[in-house]
Ligand binder design. Structure first.
Ligand code: GTQ
Length: 378
């Protein structure tokens, strides 16, 4: 009788699974869907969006509650993606955080295996000392603190200094490589001239004669000034726009042409007024900060409407396209784990082919300004 034969087979299999479990073993085929049900690659998790109107007051409140130093080594608010159980971060490899240093305060020097970048949001001329190099920071600047480099911050200005931090902590934590060391004094003593790396390697198209000494996977430039970024994008706009990211450039290590850090890539994209990019998806994750302007990013059919100061995450293998809904240029800064995927030969990308490269969403037409609707139906 087939029924009882099946039951006997199931019983034998279950007994076998139980036996394996007692030995801390498991069968690979247990609980696996049959191969024909495997739908292939899909978005790793859902996107999430944090509004500046909520972030900034929370950060300023932290300014009343704690002081950097013994209370809180860093006055930092972390973005927690609720769609990522088991992680306390914006993404599964990179964090998105914001840090506040008030006038007269010091965030004491320390070093850790985790690498970080800062993108300056507010304030003028707070200083980070990175491995003995004093870096004065201004809004729109990208500042690196590579893994293992001493770094501490001081605000000698009369305005609060606020910046985005993005660290590879979730990645490094899962590799079980997290360690940290205090400097022992308040701020590391400066031993180099201000902006030494930028002075030596930041010319653009020219390199110093000792460049081979610096040709590792960590950029020798610790600050990428906004003024250079802005001008570079305006110049690029004359010659080229990317169908998926519009006028976008990656910050690079000038001694290799590769990403700025082995684990973190950084990008600035300028969305020209009224632009609506085509959708694509890729294996790397990205953590975005809207530096200027406003727009909509559609991520796997979900519309994220962002304004200056907001943050959002585009998870791996999620379809996404950007729309500038403001009248001015919009700037999106992002960090991404692309260098890790490149190194592991896991990078992949696909473009959205249907509907002229745009996702269909029920409310998208309502979100768009008149000119888009007109252009779409034309
Ligand atoms: O400024 O050194 O957001 O150590 C998290 C950990 C910033 C920093 C963060 C840190 C820092």
């Amino acid at each position: 009788m087939p029924d009882s034969a099946a039951t006997t087979a199931d019983g034998e299999m279950n007994a076998y699974f139980d036996d394996l479990q007692g030995k801390h073993l498991d069968a690979l085929w247990r609980g696996r869907p049959p191969a024909q049900n495997n739908t292939g690659r899909k978005a790793a998790y859902e996107p999430f969006h944090w509004a500046w109107s909520e972030i900034r007051p929370a950060l300023m409140r932290a300014g009343e509650l704690v002081t950097p130093g013994p209370d809180a080594e860093r006055r930092v608010i972390q973005f927690i993606n609720p769609h990522l159980p088991g992680f306390r971060s914006a993404s599964h490899t990179l964090t998105g955080n914001v840090q506040l240093v008030l006038p007269g305060e010091i965030s004491p020097s320390h070093r850790h295996s985790v690498a970080a970048i800062r993108f300056i949001i507010e304030g003028s001329s707070a200083i980070t000392v990175v491995e003995g190099e004093p870096i004065e920071m201004f809004p729109g600047d990208l500042v690196l603190t590579p893994g293992g480099y001493w770094h501490g911050h001081v605000n000698k200005s009369d305005q609060p200094a606020i910046w985005m931090d993005s660290l590879d902590r979730p990645l490094v934590g899962n590799l079980k490589q997290t360690f940290q060391e205090p400097y022992g004094e308040r701020l590391q003593v400066s031993t180099k001239v201000a902006d030494a790396g930028l002075s030596r390697f930041g010319a653009g198209g020219m390199l110093p004669l000792d460049r081979k000494l610096n040709a590792g996977p960590v950029s020798p430039v610790m600050r990428y000034p906004w003024e250079q970024t802005r001008v570079a994008l305006d110049r690029l706009a004359v010659a080229y726009a990317d169908p998926f990211d519009d006028v976008a450039m990656d910050y690079v290590n000038p001694s290799t042409g590769g990403h700025v850090l082995p684990t973190i890539g950084c990008r600035m994209q300028m969305l020209r007024p009224n632009v609506h990019t085509r959708a694509h998806r890729h294996a790397h994750v990205s953590v975005h900060h809207a530096f200027r302007g406003e727009g909509v990013t559609i991520i796997d059919g979900a519309e994220i409407r962002w304004k200056a100061g907001d943050f959002f995450v585009i998870p791996p293998w999620s379809w996404h396209e950007h729309i500038n809904t403001g009248g001015d240029k919009a700037y999106l800064f992002s960090t991404m784990d692309a260098p890790v995927l490149d190194a592991l030969h896991l990078a992949a990308e696909e473009s959205f082919e249907d509907n002229n490269g745009r996702q269909r969403t029920p409310r998208v037409d309502a979100l768009l300004p008149e000119s888009h609707t007109a252009r779409k139906s034309a």
